[in-house]
Design a protein around this ligand. Structure first.
Ligand code: PLP
Length: 482
């Protein structure tokens, strides 16, 4: 059968009919999955040995029917992945995507859009400019601000750091000092060494009891470091820590940074979306004074991985650090006011990430995203109110944004036993699979952590989850008390 220019013996090509069948089958799978997600367990345990059995094999030299391959993907691969987009996935930062965004990724891949330059993808660049402009406005940054979509929040913060360092020092600078707290995201701190910062260049600023940065301590650290002959230049405030949702005092930190001539970076990877709600806008006051902001659309903006974003108050600082001048890219400067996104970040070849956020907003509108964010905050508060109704729990940090931490309360048990109970509850939740609630450690042993960002989490989901937690708590205590 002839299909367009190629017959069906053409290498690496499917016939038109095969393409449609495969695409429809994939769509059927996804639509069923999304519709039924709430009736399924969130997670299960997968053994390495099982997966090796199913998947380890020699490279297939001859091909197979694509629909058979799809069946295998569904049964052997996707079935062994936790659903971070499940309405009862309450661990880490959940990632409720949306179908429209998935279609956008499919289109971007299917048309293989090159989002690195204007010649390769002017339409893509323009959509990215529009999306960046929307985010810039939402965060209250001036018109000179701009940014770029990144692989995620870590990369977003690291791009800001690289740009700030290039502006200040022109390159690697052993005297440069960075300020973080012990609640700054570990992946961001890990990335500093990737940019060539040594451990001696990173200062951990003291936190207040609510685990937010003490702005006075920041000021004192900067002054002391300068007096010692080093060069304080970059402070990382977190707007919504991953551990507890705590928001560093942004306005006070902005004051210190402007007074001390230090770059004010805000890691809003998790919490930035709260800017959409009235309550969140109050909590995030001062964010609009940032020199740069890291945001993660693949967290609370309902986007599938990967989608991060860095916004920089003066976008020229970003392009001064990243502008690329390869010999074979000369014609890229020729169009009328072309924007080549490879000039704003480390990737030359890059995928069209902006399309998913753009299509999501076009399809559902900002108000739906706003309602989704507000719902996540409500569900965390609801979980807190339910836990407080029983005598079995102690709230460690109240619902902040959409994160709540808590631990068992039992006057008869010592701290080590309560730690053990806490770990066992998380293990029991994971084994049982109805909802995922795991632990974190705020420096004083394990605590349970609940993070709700899914717009379709129901009150009943939260009620049953809290009932299960309480049941596992009581069973564990009974067992240990014997
Ligand atoms: C998730 C998170 C990060 C890391 O973002 P990635 O997208 O995983 O790279 C950084 N900071 C905070 C506050 C986060 O919640």
């Amino acid at each position: 059968m002839l299909t367009g220019m190629y017959d069906d013996k053409a290498p690496l090509a499917l016939s038109g009919e095969q393409m449609r069948r495969l695409g429809y089958a994939a769509t059927d799978f996804l639509a069923d999955r999304i519709e039924r997600l709430g009736d399924q367990p969130v997670t299960a345990e997968w053994s390495r040995a099982d997966l090796e059995d199913k998947l380890r094999e020699a490279i297939p030299t001859a091909g197979t029917d694509p629909e058979k391959v799809l069946e295998r993907v569904v049964s052997d691969v996707l079935s062994a992945c936790a659903a971070t987009d499940h309405p009862r996935f309450f661990s880490f930062v959940p990632s409720p995507g949306n179908y429209v965004a998935a279609v956008a990724d499919f289109l971007a891949s299917g048309a293989n859009v090159f989002a690195g330059n204007w010649v390769g993808g002017a339409g893509a660049a323009q959509v990215e400019l529009v999306v960046i402009e929307w985010l810039r406005e939402l965060f209250g940054l001036p018109a000179a601000a701009g940014g770029i979509l990144t692989t995620g929040g870590t990369q977003a913060s690291l791009l800001a750091l690289h740009a700030a360092r290039t502006k200040r020092f022109g390159g690697v600078a052993p005297q440069a000092r960075i300020y973080v707290t012990h609640q700054t995201h570990a992946a961001v701190v890990r990335g500093f060494s990737y940019l060539g910062f040594g451990a001696d260049q990173i200062r951990r600023v003291r936190c207040a009891p609510d685990l937010t940065m003490d702005a006075d301590a920041l000021r004192q650290a900067i002054i002391a470091d300068r007096a010692a002959g080093t060069a304080p230049f970059f402070a990382v405030a977190t707007a919504g820590t991953t551990n507890t949702g705590a928001i560093d005092p942004l306005a006070a930190i902005a004051d210190v940074c402007s007074e001390q001539d230090v770059w004010f970076h805000v890691d809003a990877a998790y919490g930035g979306a709260a800017i959409l709600t009235d309550q969140g806008r109050q909590l995030l006051r001062g964010l609009e004074r940032a020199d740069s902001i890291a945001v993660d659309p693949h967290k609370w903006w309902f986007q599938p991985y990967e989608a991060g974003c860095v916004l920089v108050r003066d976008v020229d600082v970003l392009s001064d650090a990243f502008a690329l001048h390869a010999e074979y890219l000369t014609e890229n400067r020729a169009a009328t006011r072309p924007v080549n996104f490879y000039d704003y970040g480390p990737q030359l070849t890059r995928s069209f990430r902006a399309l998913k956020l753009w299509m999501t907003l076009q399809t559902f509108g900002l108000d739906a995203v706003r309602a989704g964010v507000a719902h996540g905050m409500d569900m965390a508060e609801y979980a807190e109110s339910l836990l407080l109704r029983t005598p079995y729990w102690q709230i460690v940090s109240p619902a902040q944004l959409s994160v709540l931490t808590f631990r068992p309360h039992h006057p008869g048990l010592d701290a080590a036993t309560l730690d053990e109970v806490t770990r066992r509850i998380a293990a029991a939740m994971m084994k049982q699979g109805f909802a995922l609630v795991l632990t974190t450690d705020l420096g004083d042993g394990p605590v349970l952590r609940f993070c709700s960002t899914h717009p379709q989490t129901t009150r009943a989901d939260v009620e049953t989850t809290v009932e299960l937690l309480t049941r596992f708590l009581r069973e564990t205590v009974d067992k240990l008390a014997v």
